[in-house]
Design a protein around this ligand. Structure first.
Ligand code: GDP
Length: 228
C-alpha cells in the first residue's frame, strides 16, 4: 500500500466507525419470505455455520454489546434478522443500509425438515433480493472451509450474489496456523465465481480486522465514494 492508499484507508475506516457509532436498530425478524421488509435500501447479509462467531462479529462491527444474540439452541433460529444502520437525515424514516443476520447452518443433528426450510428461505432470499449488495460468509479460522461452507458458497455463486469470506476467531490459533489456513482458503475461494478475492482475517474478541471490515461493509453498501 502506498502512503496515500494508507491514509485513504484510514479515512475510510474512521468514517465507517463514525457511521456505525450512530443509530443501529433492530428492525424485524422474518421467518418467511412474505415478512421481509420492503427492498428499499442496500442490504449486507451475514452467514456462517452455527457457532462461527457471527453474533460476536456483528456486535464488534456495530460496537454494541448485544445487537445480535447468540442463539440459545443452535439451529433453532430460522429467521432472517434485519438491522437498520444510519439515518441519512434526522427524522428520515429510512436507514442508509441494513445488516441481515442469516440463520446459522451446519448444525449437527438438525432434522431434515429444518434444513429444507432453511435452504428454501435462504435460497429465495439470495435469488430474489435486488438490494442485496454483498454477503459475508464467516468461516472459523480453526477449522477452515467445511462442506456446508462450500455448499453455501455454491448457492451464492448460483444466485450471482457476490460475497466476502471472513475468517473469525483468529486470536485462537498461532500465527503460523493462521497463515496456512488463510492461504488454503484464499486458494479455494479463487475458484468461486462470486467470491471477492480478498480474504478478511478478524477477531471479534481482540478487535483485529474489525475496522477494515467495517469500511468494506460500508463501501459495499453505499459505493466506493461514500466517505468523501
Ligand atoms: P454464532 O453462533 O455464530 O452467533 O457465534 P457466537 O458469536 O455466539 O460465538 C460462539 C462462541 O465463540 C462464543 O463462545 C464466543 O465467545 C466465541 N467467539 C466468537 N468470536 C470470537 C473471537 O473472535 N475470539 C474468541 N476467542 N472467541 C470468539
Amino acid at each position: 500500500m502506498t502512503v496515500q492508499d494508507e491514509s485513504e484507508q484510514t479515512a475510510r475506516e474512521e468514517a465507517a466507525g463514525k457511521l456505525f457509532s450512530g443509530p443501529v436498530d433492530f428492525l424485524l425478524s422474518a421467518p418467511q419470505l412474505q415478512f421481509l421488509p420492503d427492498p428499499v435500501v442496500p442490504e449486507i447479509a451475514f452467514c456462517g455455520r452455527s457457532n462461527v462467531g457471527k453474533s460476536s462479529l456483528l456486535n464488534a462491527l456495530t460496537g454494541r454489546r448485544a445487537i445480535a444474540r447468540a442463539s440459545v439452541t443452535p439451529g433453532r433460529t430460522q429467521e432472517l434478522n434485519f438491522f437498520d444502520v444510519g439515518r441519512p437525515e434526522e427524522g428520515d424514516p429510512l436507514p442508509l443500509f441494513r445488516l441481515v443476520d442469516m440463520p446459522g447452518y451446519g448444525f449437527a443433528k438438525a432434522p431434515v425438515k429444518v434444513v429444507g426450510r432453511w435452504k428454501t428461505l435462504v435460497k429465495s432470499y439470495l435469488r430474489g433480493r435486488a438490494v442485496l449488495a454483498r454477503t459475508l460468509v464467516l468461516v472459523d479460522s480453526r477449522h477452515g472451509l467445511k462442506h456446508t461452507d462450500r455448499e453455501m458458497m455454491t448457492m451464492l455463486d448460483e444466485a450471482a450474489a457476490s460475497y466476502r469470506v471472513v475468517l473469525t476467531k483468529t486470536d485462537k490459533i498461532k500465527a503460523s496456523e493462521l497463515e496456512a489456513v488463510a492461504n488454503r482458503t484464499a486458494d479455494e475461494i479463487r475458484k468461486h465465481v462470486a467470491a471477492y478475492p480478498e480474504l478478511h482475517l478478524t477477531s471479534a474478541e481482540k478487535g483485529m480486522g474489525i475496522a477494515a471490515l467495517r469500511a468494506a461493509v460500508v463501501s459495499d453498501a453505499l459505493g466506493e465514494g461514500w466517505a468523501g
